[in-house]
Design a protein around this ligand. Structure first.
Ligand code: NAP
Length: 265
C-alpha cells in the first residue's frame, strides 16, 4: 500500500490458530494490527512480536488487547484501545470462536453450553461488529481511508449438520446471515463484508479430533483436495479481501475447504 498511512486491523482471537496466521499476514502486508485474545496473554504477546517483525520495514505497529468478546464492556474497551492506538479501524476480522467443551448429542445439549458458544461466536461477534461499524461510519467525513472491510470467519458447520455440536453449527449458520445483513447495511458506505468459510483446519480447536478427521479424509475422501487446511490458507484469502482485490463484491461466502462443500455422486 504505497503513499498512504498503514490501515488499521483488529483481529479477534488473534493469539492462536487461524487468527494468529491472519494477524502475522496482515503485519507483513503493511497493516497495523490489534491482536485480541481472551486467556492466552503470552501467546498474544508472541504474535505481537511476530507482527512487528513481519512489518518492520513498514513501521507497522501491533498491540495485544485482552477482551472477552462475549462481554459488552470488554468489547467497548477493545474498540476504544484499538482506536486510541491507531486512530481508527479499517479492517475487522471476526475470527474469535469456541467449540463446545464436549461433544454431546443434540438431545442432551445443555442451555449453558448453548449460551457459551452462541455468546461468543454469534452474539459477541454481532455486537462487536455493530460497534466497529458505528466507529467506521463516524470516521467517514474526514477519512482518507476508503477501503474498509469486515471479514467473518464462518465454518462449513453453517451447512454440515454435526449432531454432537449443534450449538456450534447454529452459531455459524447465524454468522452467515449476519454477513448478509451487515453487507446490505454497510454497502452504501463503501464497507465491504465477507464470510470466509474454512473447512477442516489444523489448529488447537481440531486437535482432539485429529485422528477422526484423518480417518474421514483417508477412508471416505471427505476433503477432495486430500489434506488438512492450514491457518495460512485462510490468511492468504483475508489479504486478498482486505487489499480490495474483490472490490466489486460484498456479502460473498468464500469456501476455503479443499472442496468439502462439493456435492458428489
Ligand atoms: P483456536 O485455535 O481454538 O483459537 C481460538 C481463538 O479465539 C484464540 O485466539 C482464543 O483466545 C480466541 N477466543 C476464544 N474465545 C474468545 C472470546 N470469548 N473472546 C476473545 N477471543 C476468544 O481456534 P481456530 O481453529 O483458530 O478457530 C478460529 C476461528 O475459525 C473460529 O471462529 C472457528 O470457529 C473457525 N473455524 C475453525 C475451523 C478449524 O477447523 N479449526 C474450521 C472452521 C472454522 P485465547 O487464546 O486467549 O483463548
Amino acid at each position: 500500500m504505497p503513499d498512504q498511512p498503514p490501515l488499521a486491523a483488529l483481529v479477534t482471537g488473534g493469539s492462536r490458530g487461524i487468527g494468529r496466521a491472519i494477524a502475522v499476514a496482515l503485519g507483513r502486508a503493511g497493516f497495523h494490527v490489534a491482536v485480541n485474545y481472551h486467556l492466552s496473554r503470552e501467546a498474544a504477546e508472541r504474535v505481537v512480536s511476530e507482527v512487528q517483525a513481519a512489518g518492520k520495514h513498514q513501521a507497522i505497529r501491533a498491540l495485544a488487547v485482552q477482551a472477552d468478546i462475549s462481554q459488552r464492556s470488554d468489547r467497548e474497551r477493545l474498540v476504544d484501545q484499538t482506536v486510541a492506538a491507531f486512530g481508527g479501524i479499517d479492517l475487522l476480522v471476526n475470527n474469535a470462536g469456541v467449540a463446545p467443551t464436549e461433544r454431546v448429542d443434540l438431545l442432551e445439549m445443555s442451555e449453558e453450553s448453548y449460551d457459551r458458544v452462541l455468546g461468543t461466536n454469534l452474539r459477541g461477534t454481532v455486537f462487536l461488529t455493530q460497534l466497529v461499524a458505528q466507529r467506521m461510519l463516524s470516521q467517514e467525513p474526514d477519512s482518507q481511508r476508503s477501503d474498509r472491510c469486515i471479514i467473518n470467519i464462518g465454518s462449513v458447520s453453517a451447512f454440515a449438520a454435526s449432531v454432537e455440536r449443534g450449538q456450534y453449527c447454529i452459531s455459524k449458520a447465524g454468522l452467515s446471515m449476519m454477513t448478509q445483513l451487515f453487507a446490505a447495511r454497510l454497502a452504501g458506505h463503501g464497507i465491504r463484508v465477507y464470510e470466509i468459510r474454512p473447512g477442516i483446519i489444523s489448529t488447537d480447536m481440531t486437535h482432539a479430533v485429529r485422528e477422526k478427521y484423518d480417518r474421514l479424509m483417508q477412508e471416505q475422501g471427505i476433503v477432495p483436495l486430500r489434506r488438512w487446511g492450514e491457518p495460512e490458507d485462510i490468511a492468504r484469502l483475508v489479504l486478498v479481501l482486505a487489499k480490495g482485490e474483490l472490490a466489486y463484491s460484498t456479502g460473498e461466502v468464500i469456501n476455503v475447504d479443499g472442496g468439502f462443500h462439493l456435492r458428489r455422486l
